[in-house]
Design a protein around this ligand. Sequence first.
Ligand code: SF4
Length: 253
Amino acid sequence: MDFEINTKGKDLFLALSSISLILMMVITTMLWWFVSPRLHDISEFLAKLSLTFLRIFYLVLVLGTILVYLTSYLEKNFLIARFAVRAYIKVLFPLTILLGSIFAISKDKIRESFVHVNNAFIKALKKKFKYSEVLILLPHCLQNTGCPIRITVNIENCENCGKCNIGELVQLAKNFKIPIAIATGGTLARRIIVENNPKFIIAVACQRDLVDGLQEVFPIPVYGVLNERPEGPCRNTRVSVKNIKLALEKILY
Ligand code: SF4
């Protein structure tokens, strides 16, 4: 069975970020054109320097865009110039969200699409990892709200009563001998990552937390799994354990 990574929703982010790039290039070029006579008056060197800086900036972003497109659609690893991909994401992600708000596209929709782009990168990596190099990171909202057991310090306290997915996930991690942890927030997630030093992370979270996490831990590859929220955000969320199992089967040696 193939690695069940859903990469089908990536078009929205790619389209919006490309439009954002074009708009940003047009606006900054116009701005430069307006201020360049003044810069020439101050110093020829300053005028040339600012133009060179602008050209390099555009070049990096265009290179990043090309690599992201090639990797996302051909699902082959073209992420050679990772700095360009990082610049593309860092600069264009906020602009893409801004552009989306003009077209009344929700932030979560754009974030979800970005997660699919990220997962296309993971699929393109075609790399295997040892079980000791992988970490499963879960959000606290997966735990059933009525559960009295403290699992944040030690997830193994879970008694696998079947009321939420935690028990199945702990069992899955045991079977594959990989570390699994629950993060109640960004600070704890960072600490868990530092302590485990993973080379590959399977992270379950909502759109916002996943996107923040993916950007923060870059260049560690993260397979992002969006949780389901049948009772709304942050309460009794669910996740497809089967999907995580398939991902593990595919990435482990
Ligand atoms: S599966 Fe574990 S965490 Fe979930 S409700 Fe049961 S004991 Fe609590």
